[in-house]
Ligand binder design. Sequence first.
Ligand code: PLP
Length: 405
Amino acid sequence: MSFDVAAIREQFPILKRRIDGNPLIYLDNAATTQKPQCVIDALVDYYSTCNSNVHRGAHRLADEATGRFEAARDLVKDFINAPKREEVIWTTGTTEGINIVANGLSQLLSTGDEVIATGMEHHANLVTWQQACKVAGAILKIVPVTEDGELDQAAYDALLNERTKFVAFTHVSNALGTVNPIKEMTAKAKVFGAWVLVDGAQGAAHRKVDVQDIGCDFYVFSGHKIYAPMGVGVLWGRESLLATWPVWRTGGEMISTVTLQEATWNVLPYRFEAGTPNVGDVIAMGEAIRWLMALDHDGLEAHEKALLDRATQLAEAFEGLTIIGNAKEKIGVLSFVMDHGHPADIGFLLDRQGIAVRTGDHCAQPLMARFNVPGTARASFSVYNTLEEVDALFVALKKVRSMLA
Ligand SMILES: *Cc1c(COP(=O)(O)O)cnc(C)c1O
């Protein structure tokens, strides 16, 4: 079955935009994806028909809003094959999900305990553990990254031991595109009884996620990278852990009983959902997940691989360009530097031709240092990109090269 990219593109109104007369070529999907009309409609419909606070109203709008809000939770449960809907916690995004876990972890660790993260993490999945370890007097160890941009599995094996209490790694690198062997890495950590968190900010958009198959304890992701609005995301965690994990924010909704001096905590998932949630965006995220699950997933992966293969082939033949990150398994991310021109200049000159890429350190400064580059230019592909757009990128890069040489 062929993947109908033209039909998909039709659903994204923003793709009709022009930039200085050029058609927009949006290749910054690892930073955020565009939204299909059905997601935009879900948001507008919520505010147009049933905007209300959830869980507390004794009126029709509150019932409807609560129904849609909780239905979105069920969609997430199916999307990641979570055992229970109560394990799906709404957050503002990946960063907050990781912080919720790290805040609790900092109270559960003891002096001398060890935490493992990796050299390819987004700052959100590194700085958080640095802080948690500092608070607890624990030790942070780092899995190094190979020249190809993979995690050094032998080094990882050597870091694991009885003192390892927690391991955090990304499903997919946002800066290099590397897909990590998360199931195997989780199994290795479990031999020592460590808790495992997987950063799914990129993984959820490009790979099928089955948290039960992975075997991890926490999986976090953001709505805005899977075609949903910004400001909403998910923390999934095992019920047995979340039920006793130290609470994060305190306030309304997350409590059970309150006296002037004491309070007790609500059951999951509300235990971690203090305050009025982002109802409209949660509902729109449910719609995005419904949309994504209706796509032919094998077709999606094959299409994105075809884009990456074409881009890699053109990049390898392009004089003066070096690809950063050549892992055997990658999503559609092409990170590169050029002999002439800082990544920021490349990004600026591509924008002049209507092409949106990301330049800089991609919130992964230690990874840039590992490759001795100040940053990279990154083209990241999504379901709606085409082979013609990949070709156009390299035509544009030729112009960039001649301007910068
Ligand atoms: C984007 C990203 C994050 C942070 O996500 P936010 O939506 O900014 O909270 C963390 N990890 C990876 C791998 C990412 O790509």
